[in-house]
Design a binder for this molecule. Structure first.
Ligand SMILES: [Ca+2]
Ligand SMILES: [Ca+2]
Ligand SMILES: [Ca+2]
Length: 252
């Protein structure tokens, strides 16, 4: 923990130094004699872009740890029209407390600064307690594929080139039953095939939920160190000639 705190301290210090340097540069002429750029400002255009999304945490009063985690999102051009589309990862109600159906959401970029919800026929309208998402063309067919991690399960969606995805998790053998925080595609062995790196958070389940009380009376959200940590997983892509042929990935 001390090493972690030290590393975090260095990162924070580095960030502070960069911020100070940038702050010092603001308003001063650039080396070429041109005036420095004004600070970049962002405008919230979510509503104007017609994106209406609210993450379902599944909270029902038990203050479960996963409720405190935001879920990921990705910009990807799933239909190869040159405009980045948006995939939003969603949570879900907990088993035994199902009140509504919430799914991943895919928004198509209309090319005019607005987006359209095209989830229904995309193959991505699945319920899961999602966390992270990684976009990569794992089969090198020129179309981006999607891997979504979550609590208790993960999904690999293969791009079908027609605006939809097919869930190929089982065939590929890349499910992840831990508390999958996120994932990344990388070709770690440089064989030209994308491999998967999956990060698992802590070992949490409804059965192993711990009661933490900040005021000594009422249950509060526990911080993650209350639970044992879990390991990350590297899932290397298999050569096409390996056995069993039905599986694209092999566990290390
Ligand atoms: Ca697009
Ligand atoms: Ca692909
Ligand atoms: Ca590889």
């Amino acid at each position: 923990m001390r090493k972690r705190e030290t590393l975090l301290g260095r990162i924070c210090l580095s960030a502070l130094l960069v911020a100070c340097l940038l702050g010092g540069l603001e308003g001063t002429p650039a080396s070429g004699g041109l005036p420095a750029q004004a600070a970049v400002r962002f405008e919230d255009v979510t509503a104007a872009a017609k994106i209406h999304f609210v993450r379902n945490t599944g909270a029902f009063g038990k203050r479960y740890l996963p409720e405190t985690m935001g879920s990921g999102c990705a910009f990807l051009d799933y239909d190869n029209d040159g405009n980045l589309d948006i995939l939003l990862v969603n949570g879900s109600d907990f088993p035994g407390h199902k009140g509504r159906r919430t799914t991943l959401k895919l928004y198509h970029n209309n090319g005019d600064a607005t987006f359209k919800d095209v989830t229904t026929h995309s193959g991505l309208d699945v319920e899961m307690y999602g966390m992270g998402v990684a976009v990569g063309d794992y089969d090198n067919d020129g179309w981006d594929d999607v891997y979504v991690t979550g609590l208790g399960g993960a999904h690999l969606f293969h791009n079908q080139h027609n605006g939809s995805f097919k869930d190929v998790t089982k065939e590929a053998g890349v499910n992840n039953t831990g508390f999958g925080a996120s994932a990344a595609w990388l070709d770690y062995d440089r064989d030209g095939k994308l491999d998967l790196f999956v990060t698992n958070y802590v070992k949490w389940s409804e059965k192993s939920d711990i009661v933490c009380k900040l005021d000594g009376v009422h249950k509060s959200y526990c911080t993650p160190e209350a639970y044992p940590g879990d390991t990350c997983r590297l899932l290397p892509a298999r050569p096409a000639s390996s056995t069993p042929p039905a599986s694209l990935w092999a566990l290390p």
